[in-house]
Design a binder for this molecule. Structure first.
Ligand code: NI
Ligand code: MN
Length: 226
C-alpha cells in the first residue's frame, strides 16, 4: 500500500511497504516526525533552495542513503560526502519502492552559498500504479497539461503560498489542468510572505475540477504556524 505523509513545507515521505522515499526533507520543524525511525531508502530533491535541501545532508549521511538530484546539485552534495545519483529531467529512474521521473518546474535553483543548483524540477512518482506529482516550487505552466497527457497523475502535491510559487488561484487552475483526483497543498504558511487562504483554495478547486478533493493533513496546528 502506498502511503503519503506530509511532514511540512514541501517535505513528504512516500512509503511503499517496508521502503520509503523522502522528498525535499526540511523536516526538523516537525517535532512529531522522527526520520531516524522511518524506513527511508532514498531522498529525492526538487531543487537546491534551503527550504527544500533542509536536513538532507544529515539524514543521508546518518542513514547511508543516496540522494537523487539534477547533476549540479548532486555534485555539490557529493563534495560534501553524500552518496548521490546524478540525473537530468525526463527519464524514468527505477528504485526499490517504485519509479520516478523528474519534470520541468519554472523556478530558480541555487545552493545556500550561491552555487548554481541546476534546473529546478518537479517529480512524478509511479508506485504500484499510484501516480503522484510533486510540483516542487513552480509557477503555473502549460507544462502541466503535458504532465496530464503523459503521466495522468491521480494525486498532486501543489505549492499554494504564492510569492515564490503558484498562489491559490494558480494552483486551482493547476488542479484542473492536471485532472487529478486529490490535491495536497504545500509550501504555504511557513514564511510571512507565503500565507494562503485554504477556504478560497477549496472553492476555486471545486469550481474548476469537481472530481478533485483537497486533503489537508495539517488542518490542526503545525504548518500554518511553523
Ligand atoms: Ni525554491
Ligand atoms: Mn521553496
Amino acid at each position: 500500500m502506498v502511503d503519503i505523509k506530509y511532514i511540512g513545507h514541501s517535505a513528504f515521505q512516500i512509503t511503499n511497504g517496508d521502503k520509503a522515499v523522502l522528498v525535499d526533507p526540511w523536516v526538523d520543524k516537525n517535532k512529531s516526525y522522527d526520520w531516524k525511525k522511518e524506513p527511508i531508502t532514498d531522498i529525492l530533491l526538487t531543487h537546491a533552495h534551503g527550504d527544500h535541501l533542509g536536513n538532507t545532508v544529515d539524514i543521508a549521511k546518518s542513514k547511508d542513503i543516496t540522494v537523487t538530484a539534477v547533476a549540479e546539485l548532486a555534485s555539490y552534495l557529493a563534495k560534501d560526502g553524500v552518496k548521490t545519483k546524478s540525473i537530468g529531467l525526463g527519464s524514468w529512474i527505477n528504485y526499490s519502492w517504485g519509479r520516478a521521473v523528474f519534470v520541468p518546474a519554472f523556478h530558480s535553483s541555487s545552493l545556500p552559498d550561491g552555487t548554481y543548483g541546476g534546473v529546478a524540477a518537479g517529480i512524478i512518482f509511479d508506485i504500484d500504479g499510484v501516480r503522484i506529482y510533486h510540483a516542487g516550487d513552480t509557477c503555473l505552466t502549460g507544462e502541466m497539461k503535458t504532465i496530464k497527457e503523459l503521466y495522468a497523475p491521480q494525486v498532486a502535491l501543489l505549492p499554494i503560498g504564492g510569492n515564490y510559487t503558484m498562489d491559490v488561484e494558480h494552483a486551482a487552475m493547476a488542479a484542473k489542468w492536471l485532472g487529478v483526483r486529490t490535491v495536497i497543498p504545500m509550501h504555504y504558511g511557513t514564511f510571512t510572505e507565503i500565507q494562503a487562504d485554504l477556504q478560497r483554495f477549496a472553492q476555486l478547486v471545486a469550481f474548476g475540477n469537481t472530481a478533485c478533493q483537497i486533503v489537508n493533513p495539517v488542518s490542526d496546528e503545525s504548518n500554518a504556524k511553523k
